[in-house]
Ligand binder design. Structure first.
Ligand SMILES: NC(=O)c1ccc[n+]([C@@H]2O[C@H](COP(=O)([O-])OP(=O)(O)OC[C@H]3O[C@@H](n4cnc5c(N)ncnc54)[C@H](OP(=O)(O)O)[C@@H]3O)[C@@H](O)[C@H]2O)c1
Length: 299
């Protein structure tokens, strides 16, 4: 099986490349915009691909004919999406249309990444059948991309995930666990939101869920996240406890007090029964995830 990954310089993209390169039964193609920023460049081929460019997407797919495409590239900063709506739509929606067109042309299976931000957070944790109602432009764009897939005739899996954390090389953005550890170590005052609940996801677990869906050519929607639901405040306190750092500087704030540009859903997190049953997915606990992150930062 030949697997192509988009956005291979991103957090999930990197984890996918590191995991897939170990698989001698698979042929791997990494793609990202610009140059390959991964240190390890053996065992796969790399192509520069801007997924917003329809002709580029089609041309590369016709030339390489992957069996499966795992599409991770996206505009993922929620407040940026609110500010730059046209750019967000082009990357999060129109590019998916290009990939659907290419998959249709070469009969490839598309594994597409989506988010808990398609929900309004009134009734989490959510299963795959729950009704979406996005609060932010990011959420709207990701839901619109899901609809393109639902309305298409290609073979696809939608992988929805939640608050991804992990260590990657040359990160263009941080994530909650790394940020919390570093801020707690500095002992600076922290305002942490206490009424947003999530099932934070270890990037390695998300990659394993995507690979299970890709190799099984799984059909439909799957929740792939961590298994422990907690508030963001509890998350930061659990990071502090793990690293034996003081929580004295933490003050609790509400979503309303934070007043972020894009609205966030309050209670999300996912029910994982379907992914466990159909894909054989089993995530680490949150503390196991932090332990893995720590072992990687110590390297
Ligand atoms: N991270 C989360 O908490 C979270 C939660 C729910 C869902 N998701 C979804 O999971 C997926 C993966 O997220 P992630 O955490 O791996 O995000 P990420 O680290 O921000 O990676 C996204 C990658 O997309 C690349 N990209 C941007 N524009 C591109 C273009 N025009 N062509 C090709 N690549 C482009 C970026 O390239 P540069 O590195 O060059 O900027 C970046 O490497 C996304 O679909 C996201 O919506 C993420």
């Amino acid at each position: 099986m030949k697997i192509m990954v988009t956005g291979s310089n991103g957090l999930l993209g990197q984890k996918l490349i590191h995991a897939l390169v170990q698989r001698s039964d698979l042929e791997l193609i990494a793609t990202a915009r610009g140059t390959n920023r991964l240190q390890a460049q053996a065992g796969y081929t790399y192509y520069s691909l801007d997924v917003r460019e329809q002709a580029q997407v089609l041309e590369l797919c016709l030339a390489l004919k992957p069996d499966v495409i795992i599409h991770t590239a996206a505009m993922t900063q929620v407040d940026d999406c609110e500010d730059q709506q046209e750019a967000c739509w082009k990357l999060n929606v129109t590019a998916v249309a290009h990939l659907i067109e290419a998959c249709d042309a070469i009969n490839a299976h598309l594994v597409h990444l989506s988010t808990d931000f398609i929900f309004d957070g009134a009734a989490g944790p959510y299963d795959e059948m729950a009704a979406a109602n996005p609060l932010s432009f990011y959420g709207k764009s990701k839901l619109a991309a899901e609809k393109l897939l639902l309305d298409s005739s290609i073979s696809y899996a939608i992988i929805r995930t939640v608050l991804v954390y992990g260590v990657a090389e040359d990160m263009s953005r941080s994530n909650i666990v790394l940020w919390a550890k570093s801020a707690l170590e500095k002992g600076q005052p922290l305002r942490i939101v206490s009424d947003q609940f999530r099932t934070p996801t270890l990037a390695e677990d998300l990659a394993s869920g995507c690979i299970l869906a890709a190799t099984q050519r799984a059909q439909g929607i799957y929740n792939i996240s961590g298994k422990d639901q907690m508030s963001v405040l509890e998350l930061v306190k659990r990071v502090a406890a793990y690293f034996d750092l003081s929580t004295d500087q933490i003050s609790e704030v509400s979503t309303d007090e934070l007043n972020q540009k894009a609205r966030r859903p309050k209670i999300t997190g996912f029910v994982l029964d379907k992914a466990r049953r159909e894909l054989g997915y089993e995530p680490h606990s949150f503390e196991e995830g932090i332990a893995l992150v720590m072992s990687q930062t110590a390297q």
